[in-house]
Design a protein around this ligand. Structure first.
Ligand SMILES: C[S@@+](CC[C@H](N)C(=O)[O-])C[C@H]1O[C@@H](n2cnc3c(N)ncnc32)[C@H](O)[C@@H]1O
Length: 383
């Protein structure tokens, strides 16, 4: 196949939202779940989804042209490996991600120009309140958000377990642990460990059923609160996955200082987050950075930016009698860069066969453990 020209590549980028919106509508209509029961014609699917048959056929045909579903010679559509990912009941389901990206996220991305002009967070401007407050007022969207966190970050859990040795941690506090899927997996892996799920009041009750179903309820405690007020949990490791990127340095510093206030001597701080590569290196994190800008108002950071943040939090000026130094605490930063997808968008030139979005090669998939190691004794943040 001839290499795409810059013109082709640009056209592919410009039309990227065509495909993401097609996928969103497929997810909304539950087409993948319906096709899991067997091949169906557009007419049959239109009856069960309450849609217009000819228009639905055109959507299915376009989806099949990029590998999501496939049409046979008799006008019946069937599942494909790509389409399977949109089922709601498969491990690693991407359906909630498609729903979330096609609603509030798209709305905010639509306002990117205004945010670039003003430096303002699109979500607050469009919805009149910050996203986590909005989710508290919208339980349906909050459920989608919970499931989308597993869709986006679920694979990071196993990679974290592969890359980091939690031995010796008796009590792990997952700060902003959300749907608890990460804490559940760690507790299952370490049967002696106890866990604390700390999150906003409207969040911590939602995963109760999953915690019970996983058989870890007797070792898991939920604590409600806002990490901007206080984090009244005593643990020997504080775990923050995809938390710091939601906030600017001032708010991130407040979270880290509030953790410091309850940290017993010797506790560890474990931050799991992308490190942005320098220069033009392709990076999923650089795209995620814009999402962080538009929705919660946060940012992805380079290693130097993380070091500056940790240093500022640990600087003597920040240590007061209410925020005792961490003593022997160690700050470990686990980079998620192994998840970065190289380049591109899954929208091809219309005449090209479908091309899967390139994934990192197997040796790149492991997270880089302690890519930003803060060795005990060389870096002891005092918060
Ligand atoms: C991007 S999600 C990450 C969830 C989870 N750590 C993960 O990696 O899947 C951010 C989490 O921070 C929580 N959060 C937001 N504001 C908070 C606050 N003020 N106090 C405590 N948790 C908060 C949200 O409810 C959400 O669960």
């Amino acid at each position: 196949m001839p290499k795409p020209t810059p013109h082709d590549e640009m056209a592919r980028m410009i039309t990227g939202y065509w495909i993401s919106q097609m996928v969103y509508v497929a997810a909304r209509l539950g087409l993948a779940d319906r096709l899991a029961e067997g091949p169906r014609t557009a007419e049959e699917l239109a009856r069960t989804t309450g849609t217009h048959a000819r228009s639905l056929y055109r959507l299915l045909r376009a989806l099949a042209s990029v590998g999501v579903f496939s049409e046979d010679g008799e006008g019946r559509f069937r599942q494909t490996p790509l389409g399977e990912c949109l089922r709601s009941d498969v491990p690693g389901s991407q359906r909630a991600m498609a729903l979330m990206m096609g609603q509030e996220h798209l709305h905010c991305w639509n306002d990117l120009l205004e945010s670039i002009r003003t430096g303002q967070t699109a979500f607050d401007r469009l919805y009149g309140k910050p996203i986590f407050e909005y989710l508290g007022d919208h339980p349906e969207q909050a459920k989608v958000f919970d499931a989308a966190m597993t869709a986006i970050h679920g694979r990071e859990t196993q990679w974290t377990l592969d890359a980091y040795d939690f031995s010796g941690v008796q009590v792990l506090a997952d700060i902003g642990g959300g749907n608890a899927s990460n804490l559940i997996a760690i507790l299952k892996h370490y049967p002696e460990m106890r866990g604390i799920l700390f999150d906003l009041p409207h969040v911590v009750d939602r995963p109760r059923a999953s915690i019970e179903a996983a058989g870890v309820a007797d070792r898991c405690e939920a604590v409600r609160g806002s990490f901007f007020d206080a984090i009244p949990v005593e643990a020997d490791a504080y775990f923050l996955r995809n938390i710091i990127h939601d906030w600017d340095d001032q708010k991130s510093g407040l979270i880290l200082r509030n953790i410091g206030r309850s940290t017993p001597p010797g506790a560890r701080l474990l931050v799991v987050q992308h490190l942005l590569p320098l220069g033009d290196a392709p990076s999923y994190g650089k795209l995620m950075d814009l999402t962080m800008f538009l929705l919660p108002g946060g940012l992805e950071r380079t290693e130097a930016e993380f070091r500056r943040l940790y240093d500022r939090v640990a600087s003597p000026g920040n240590v007061t009698k209410d925020s005792p130094p961490w003593g022997a605490a160690q700050c470990h930063h686990l980079s998620m860069n192994g998840f970065s997808r190289r380049g591109g968008y899954p929208n091809d030139h219309p005449d090209d066969p479908p091309r899967p979005m390139p994934l990192p090669s197997p040796h790149q998939r492991r997270p880089v453990p302690l890519a930003m190691p803060v060795h005990p004794g060389t870096y002891e943040p005092k918060i």
